[in-house]
Design a protein around this ligand. Structure first.
Ligand SMILES: *Cc1c(COP(=O)(O)O)cnc(C)c1O
Length: 226
């Protein structure tokens, strides 16, 4: 990917994010996570030079390789993929800024146990399957608040910072919007319990997600395209 494409892609996304967030409020700040899972460390570097600072990966091994290759850059690394229990220790050792994909109480308990053993803490979001899609991970909306509170109570080494959702995988805009609204409503309930991030919106639907209250978007294909 060349520098020109990186700058153009980033500018286009920032312009759209600005438009969408200002329609809510000038105080509504949206953080952009560049999802580099289909891209090389070189591409990440090019986007870093264009001004992007936060990147996300969905495989522990890829996160390890890219973050180690780019160790000299002050990049904020996020983990956004399904976390297998046998990869927990590897992920902890990479000190990610935020894990978006804590998708069950069971996984939280296991993660907490391994964090305790290493005497470390880790920031995470609870993933909610707000579209009720069988192919997606996450807790069901009706259980989310209760599970969030249980994690706070039972997992002192996990610093819960909010929620994450993937929008409904359909064409109908109303269905996608409803899935985002479901997550936003849960987020609002969790703000008194310390929730700060409502991570939702990808390349195809981030403007809709921001209109529904997202304050953190995860864009891959639209940022890394040639
Ligand atoms: C791949 C991925 C994204 C980015 O998707 P694009 O459509 O390429 O923007 C965002 N979130 C998660 C969890 C992903 O796996």
């Amino acid at each position: 990917m060349n520098k020109l494409a990186a700058t153009k892609n980033l500018d286009e996304i920032i312009t759209k994010v600005e438009g969408a967030r200002l329609r809510i409020s000038e105080h509504h700040i949206v953080k952009i996570i560049g999802v580099s899972k289909y891209s090389t460390a070189d591409d990440v570097k090019t986007l870093y030079e264009a001004g992007q600072r936060a990147f996300g990966e969905n495989k522990v091994q890829d996160l390890k390789e890219k973050s180690e290759t780019l160790d000299d850059l002050p990049i904020e690394w996020h983990f956004i993929g399904t976390l297998q229990k046998n990869k927990i220790n590897n992920l902890i050792d990479l000190n990610p800024t935020l894990v978006h994909s804590l998708d069950s109480l069971d996984l939280a308990l296991e993660l907490n146990k391994k964090l305790e053993a290493k005497n470390k803490k880790l920031s995470a979001l609870l993933q909610i399957n707000s579209a009720y899609e069988e192919t997606k991970s996450g807790v069901l909306p009706e259980n989310a608040v209760e599970i969030y509170k249980q994690i706070i109570e039972l997992c002192p080494n996990i610093i819960l910072k909010g929620v994450m959702s993937i929008g409904a995988h359909v064409e109908d805009e109303k269905v996608i919007r409803d899935s985002f609204k479901t997550t936003k409503k849960i987020y609002d309930e969790l703000v008194p319990f310390g929730a700060k991030y409502c991570s939702m919106g990808m390349s195809s639907d981030f403007e809709l997600a921001i209109a529904s209250g997202s304050n953190m978007i995860r864009v891959g294909s639209s940022l890394f395209k040639e």
